[in-house]
Design a protein around this ligand. Sequence first.
Ligand code: AMO
Length: 447
Amino acid sequence: MLERVLIKDLAAREDGPVTVSGWVEKVRDQKFVQFVVLRDESGAVQLVNGGVLREADPENPRSDILVPRTLTISELTHGSFVTVTGELQHNERVKLGGVEIQIDEITVVTKALPENPVADDSNIDVRLDWRFLDLRRPEQNLVFRVQTTFLHALRQVWVDRGFIEIQTPKLMASASESRAELFEVEYFEGKAFLAQSPQFFKQMAQAAGFGGIFEVGPAFRADPSFTSRHATEFTSIDAEMSWVESHEDVMNLHEELMVAGLTAVKEKHGEEISKLFGVEIEVPARPFPRIPLAEAKEIVKAEGYEVPRADADMDPEGERRIAAHVREKYGHDFVFLTDYAASIRPFYHMLNAEDPSLTKSYDLIYRGTEISTGAQREHRVELLEEQAKAKGMDPAELSFYLDFFRYGVPTHGGFGMGLNRVLMLMLHQPSIRETTYLFRGPNRLLP
Ligand code: AMO
C-alpha cells in the first residue's frame, strides 16, 4: 500500500514530513505564494507551494513517475489526483483544520481535463450524468457513510436476535406484488419478471423454519412517475419473522431497528450532518404513535383536508398533514398508520378476525412520507387462496408460493422499507436522487 496519511488524521500529528493523496479541489496562484486545497475521502487540507511539481512523462506513459517532468501549480487542473509529500505545519490562522502542508513534491497520478462538467449550481440531471464527480462533494460522501452506519446498526439488531440474512432471486416467473409496475424481461425462449420485492421468498423462509430473516437488496418497479420518492430500482430493506401474534410484534421490531439506526447515525455523524446539511438527527422515542388509517383520515379532515377517495390509501398531502398533526400532538417524526382496508392491500395480508374488511397491517410514515409497509401474513392456505382469487389472481400461477403453506408454517409477519427514502427524509434531501448511489428512473439508465 502507498504510505499516506488520511487528511482527517493530520491535525492530531506532530509537525514534520508527511505524504497525503487526493484530488485538487482549488488552486490559488498568487504572485509569490500558491495554495492548493487537496481533498481525500476523509477531508480537505491546504497545501502551500514551495517545491517541485512532477507528473509522469506524457510522451512515455509507461515511464510512470520515475521519469518526471516538472510542471507549474497552475497546470494542476481541478479534479486531478495527486500525491503530495511535504512538511506538515500547525497554524491556527489556517481556517481549514488549523494545519497546512508546505509542498516538497507533488506527483500527478492522473490529470483531470481542465473543464469541469459539473458546477455547484448544476441541476440534478447534469449532476447525475456526472455522478462520479458529484459524489466527490463532501455532502454526497456523507450520505453514503450515513447509509453504511445505518445499515450496520440494523444488521447488529438482527444478528443479536439470531435473524438469518438471505439473498433472494431478482428474476422471477410471476409478479410478487401486483401486475402493475412489473418489468418483463426476455428469458431464453420465454419471459421472466424482475422482483418487485422479496415478499414470497421471505415468507418461504418461514415455511423453511428459519425464524427471523432479513435482506437488503434491489427491488424493481416499472413505475412511470417522476416524483421525488419513486425510482424504477431501489434498495429494499426487508425483514420477516415467525410466531407473531399480530402486526404489533412487527411494529415493535421495526421501532427497535429505527431507534438503533438513528442512534448510531447521530452518534457517529451527528455533528457533520448538522454542519453540512443543517439537520439535527432526532432519535425517536418508543413507542411510536399508532393511528388507524380511518381515524387518520378523520383527523386531517377535521383539520381541513379531505383525502380524495374514501376507499383509498392516504395521498401524499394526507401523509404530510397527519405527520404535522403527530409532530404537534406527540412531538414525533414517525407514525404507524394501521388497519388498512383489505381492498387496498395485497392478498397476502391477514384480515382482522373482528372486521374482515380490515387487514392486520401498517404503513410507517417518517416526516410526512411513507417509508414502509408491514403486516401479519395469512398463513392458512385455504384463506390465502381465497384472498388471491378475490384479487383476481390466478392460483395456478401462484402454486409454487401456495405450496409453502401446505406443509406446516408458523404464523409470521414482516415489513419492507425503502432505504433511499429513509435517507432522503433523515437528511432532509429534496429527492431520492440525492440518496441513491445511481438513480434509476423512467428516463435514466446511465451511468
Ligand atoms: P411496498 O410496495 O409498500 O410493500 O414497498 C415497501 C417500501 O418500498 C419503498 N418503495 C419504493 N421506493 C422507491 N421507489 C419506488 N418505486 C418504491 N416502491 C416502494 C417504499 C415502500 O414503503 N412486500 C411489501 C412489504 C411487506 O409487506 O413486507 C412491499 O413491497 O419505501
